[in-house]
Every structure is written in structure tokens, then in C-alpha cells.
Design a protein around this ligand. Structure first.
Ligand code: AKB
Length: 321
């Protein structure tokens, strides 16, 4: 590796966030300073990063060796099981969503790494909390496996910061919408699937009911926010569990109306499945004023800009332009 102040390891680098975050980190730091990792075998073009390691994040020995071999300074630890999949594999979800985070925090405590990014989620809030403009400091009451694991992870981040000064930073991502890499296993995934089906079939059956509002964020804004938080001076940060991030809020019905502006023949119907109960336990909108104040969070995409960009890029990707 070239000598450079930051050497980055990304876990879950082939996932929905990982693919795009890796591209941006390569643009900023150079391919040679970025190590992507995932469960897939290496193949040409698998990642923009200069290095790829096939790595199971629960294999602590291997992870530690890779951190040492590449002299990693910063870890973006994205590997996680999302809300829908976690309900089907609770024990594994706990193991995957928690243990590697703890291991990275331990390595930071030992001085092996300097900085960690770890994603939390709007899933931490749960039942009995007001639906709208949910604030940074409300009592968390998650009722899903995923939400419980994210809440515990947040507490561990705070603990390692308070007790050992570990620089671990986190965002409570809302549903993420993107066209480059599909989402997998989440409750908010309907807001990605709907675009594929609108372009390919002209219709979509939503597994979330028409008037269920959830907070969502376009991937470009999610990547910008992540990098902004990681670049923020440590002394400006007042939240060491995880920062609220609201993005935009809409229901499946409102999104369908927006898509119809571009694809007038688009039809939608609704067959809620087990993920409806998960969505019902989540907030519809989030107050992210603390992130705005502490590190300058801002957004470029609202629902119409996002819809236009998704349709344009997906049409080109799917050969329907
Ligand atoms: C999911 O739906 O599980 C995720 C999330 C909101 O964390 N997209």
C-alpha cells in the first residue's frame, strides 16, 4: 500500500451502501488505500477498491489479521442483516449485527484502528413512541430483532466512547433508495423494488400498505451524510450513540403518484406481509436537527428529484431508456 494518512477497510462492501461508499472513498483516498471485503469470491470488477478480501466479519482472527496486514486506520463496518431477514434468523442476526462491532471497538481501544463508522437505523425507536418528528433523545423501545440489535449496538458505541475514548460514529439510517445495487431483506425495500417493477412491468404489488409513511433517503445524500459525519471535528459531536437522520417521508401511495408523473400507466396494489407490522412499529418522520447543528447535515434530494433520478438511471441500467 502507498503511504497515506488514512487506510480504509469496508465490511459489507458489495451491499447496497457498500458499493457506492467504496466508489466515493476510492475517489477521495485512491484505490490503493481502500480495502473492500465481502463474502463473495473475488472476480474482476467486483469492486472499485484497490484490494478485496473475502472475509466473514464474524471470523475475528481473520478480521484482526487483515486490519494488521493493511495497517487499517478507519473501518466502515456495514455488514448487517436487515429487518425482514433478521426476523427469520434472530440468533444469527444478533451475532452478525453485534459481535463484529464489539470486536472493532476492542481493536480501536487497543489502538489498532483510529476511527469506526457503524450504521444504526430508524428501527431502534419501536412501539409507543410518537410517529412524527421523532427526536434524538426519545426512549428507545424496539420490538424487532433488527431494532434490538441496533439499539444494543448504539449503546456499545456510546460505552466505548465514554469509557475508552473510542472514536466510533454512527447514523440512524432511514430506508435507503438507490439504483446501483439492490437492497436486500429490509422493510423499506418496497421503495426500491417499486422502481424496478414500474419500469419492467408497469405495475407493483406493495408489501407495505398504501398509507404507511416511513422516512427514506436517497443514496447520494446517505453517502454525503456519512462522509460529512466522518470528517466532522471530534469535538463538535455531541451524540455518541447514533445520529437521527430524517431524509424525506412518504407513503407507498404518495410514491406511486410521483412515479406516475414519469410513467403515467403505472399501477399499484397492496398485499401487506409480515413486514407491515415492522413498519407499523417505526416512525413516519424523524427530527434530525441535532445532526444539522453538529455536523451540517443537508439533503439534495426530495421525493420528486429522487424519483426522476431513479427512473432515468434504472431505465439506462435495464436497457429501457
Ligand atoms: C430495513 O428496512 O431494514 C432498513 C432500515 C430502515 O434499517 N432499510
Amino acid at each position: 500500500m502507498e503511504s497515506h494518512t488514512e487506510r480504509i477497510l469496508i465490511t459489507g462492501a458489495l451491499g447496497q451502501i457498500g458499493t457506492e461508499l467504496t466508489n466515493r472513498l476510492v475517489e477521495i483516498h485512491g484505490a490503493d488505500n481502500v480495502v473492500a471485503s465481502g463474502l463473495d469470491r473475488w472476480q474482476k470488477g467486483i469492486t472499485a477498491a484497490g484490494h478485496y478480501e473475502r472475509m466473514d466479519v464474524t471470523n475475528t482472527q481473520l478480521v484482526r489479521q487483515i486490519v494488521k496486514d493493511y495497517e487499517i486506520t478507519t473501518v466502515y463496518h456495514l455488514a448487517s442483516l436487515l429487518s425482514g431477514t433478521s426476523e427469520k434468523q434472530p440468533v444469527f442476526a444478533w451475532k452478525l449485527n453485534l459481535e463484529p462491532l464489539l470486536h472493532f471497538c476492542e481493536m480501536a481501544k487497543e489502538g489498532l484502528i483510529q476511527k469506526i463508522f457503524w450504521p444504526s437505523s430508524i428501527a431502534v425507536f419501536g412501539k409507543g413512541i410518537p410517529k412524527e418528528h421523532v427526536g434524538q433523545d426519545v426512549v428507545l423501545n424496539p420490538t424487532t430483532v433488527y431494532g434490538i440489535s441496533k439499539m444494543a449496538g448504539e449503546k456499545w458505541c456510546e460505552y466505548y466512547f465514554d469509557k475508552h475514548g473510542v472514536d466510533v460514529r454512527s447514523i440512524r439510517y432511514p430506508g435507503l433508495i438507490s439504483w446501483k445495487t439492490p437492497a436486500g431483506g429490509g422493510t423499506t425495500d418496497y421503495a426500491v423494488e417499486i422502481f424496478y417493477e414500474a419500469i419492467e412491468e408497469g405495475k407493483y404489488t406493495s408489501f407495505i400498505s398504501e398509507n404507511t409513511g416511513m422516512p427514506m433517503l436517497y443514496m447520494d445524500d446517505a453517502i454525503d451524510a456519512t462522509l460529512q459525519l466522518m470528517d466532522a471535528p471530534k469535538e463538535n459531536l455531541t451524540v455518541h450513540s447514533s445520529y437521527n437522520l430524517g431524509g424525506m417521508s412518504f407513503t407507498p401511495k404518495q410514491l406511486a403518484e410521483e412515479i406516475r408523473k414519469e410513467i403515467p400507466e403505472f399501477e399499484i396494489d397492496y398485499k401487506p406481509d409480515f413486514r407491515q407490522a415492522i413498519a407499523d412499529s417505526w416512525p413516519a418522520s424523524i427530527d434530525d436537527s441535532v445532526a444539522k447543528k453538529d455536523w451540517g447535515l443537508n439533503y439534495k434530494f426530495g421525493i420528486s428529484e429522487m424519483t426522476g433520478d431513479m427512473i432515468k438511471n434504472l431505465k439506462a441500467k435495464l436497457g429501457k431508456a
